[in-house]
Ligand binder design. Structure first.
Ligand SMILES: C[S@@+](CC[C@H](N)C(=O)[O-])C[C@H]1O[C@@H](n2cnc3c(N)ncnc32)[C@H](O)[C@@H]1O
Length: 300
């Protein structure tokens, strides 16, 4: 009987804690990004760490959970802005192609600048930034982007790096690349669209600069190997790799945490040090962003 009462009490305590957590989660996320109100799974528990199921972060910024992103830090980061629109706060970039909306995102005029709202449900980079990605996307950065698609994320990076930066946007599907060229790169000077297979990095030809950042989002089972091969050819020593791991496209039967670990091991075996591993939940359920630095033995 006593055991039964103890179990009952314990269950009540656990229930209260989880209700509190989900309320806090809802409140903080809705305060910052209320647009997502209907899409957030409220059962998601705030984790100290962004790696699902792990208690301590590998390296990088300790304990930076999705909702704890420091607003003032974000505001200080060049090119990435938090602005108010419709009584809500949104991630945004200053539009490099004034008057032009790429994927139906809202344009907001503020103090003479035109901002494009950046939707974390449409762009994994925006989701990663909200989840605490600590990468410097500086004006003048040269970026090799694998899996450009129609240019949703490419366009925001284009806003951030400005006309002195350059994005080499690789896309293998000519149908998709046509949209990228027509809607995005033709309206911006800093995007070089390249219709090519990311598996053959030596065949791009039009890359004319040393690359500071490789961004890889191609949702292929061998995406880590592809990313590494591109880095070997183009990324400078000390450069950054941002790799989006779609765990389901690597092995649908394997525990997602094991898939992430396995891919991280591949990077570590190829001269990368992992700075951050960010699970993109609740914005993108199957994806993890790995932020790594490239330290090849012989520098380029
Ligand atoms: C998930 S989508 C990328 C979305 C995009 N990063 C964004 O945020 O807007 C993946 C893209 O990678 C492209 N892709 C897949 N395999 C590729 C390859 N081997 N080489 C180049 N692009 C590839 C696909 O055609 C698709 O457009």
């Amino acid at each position: 009987m006593l055991t039964f009462i103890v179990i009952l009490l314990w269950k009540r305590i656990l229930l209260r804690v989880s209700i509190k957590e989900s309320k806090l989660f809802k409140r903080v996320v809705h305060e910052q990004f209320p647009i997502m109100k209907h899409e957030i799974d409220c059962r998601v528990v705030i984790r100290k760490n962004n790696i699902p199921g792990k208690e301590t972060e590998t390296t990088g910024q300790k304990g930076k959970a999705a909702t704890r992103r420091d607003r003032t830090n974000l505001e200080k980061e060049k090119g990435i802005n938090l602005i108010w629109s419709d009584n809500r706060q949104h991630l945004a970039t200053v539009n490099l192609a004034r008057g032009n909306s790429v994927y139906g995102e809202k344009l907001v005029l503020k103090e003479g600048s035109e901002f494009r709202l950046w939707d974390p449900f449409r762009s994994k980079l925006a989701a990663a930034i909200i989840k605490g990605l600590n990468v410097k996307l500086l004006p003048r950065s040269k970026i090799l982007y694998l899996g450009a698609s129609t240019g949703t994320t490419v366009s925001h990076i284009s806003d951030i790096v400005g006309n002195s930066g350059q994005i080499f946007a690789i896309e293998s599907s000519s149908r998709v690349a046509r949209e990228l060229i027509f809607n995005v790169s033709s309206k911006r000077q800093n995007i070089t669209p390249i219709i090519a297979d990311a598996r053959k990095p030596r065949e791009y030809f039009s890359i004319f600069d040393i690359i500071d950042i490789v961004y890889c989002d191609i949702a292929q089972p061998d995406q880590t190997v592809i990313a590494v091969e591109n880095c070997v050819v183009y990324l400078k020593a000390g450069g950054i790799l941002l790799l989006v791991i779609k765990t389901r496209s690597i092995d649908v039967t394997m525990d997602p945490r094991k898939v992430v670990k396995q891919e991280i091991r591949k990077l570590e075996q190829n001269s990368f040090s992992i700075l951050q591993t960010l699970c993109l939940n609740p914005f993108d359920k199957d994806h993890t962003m790995v932020h790594a630095i490239y330290n090849p033995k012989s520098s380029k």
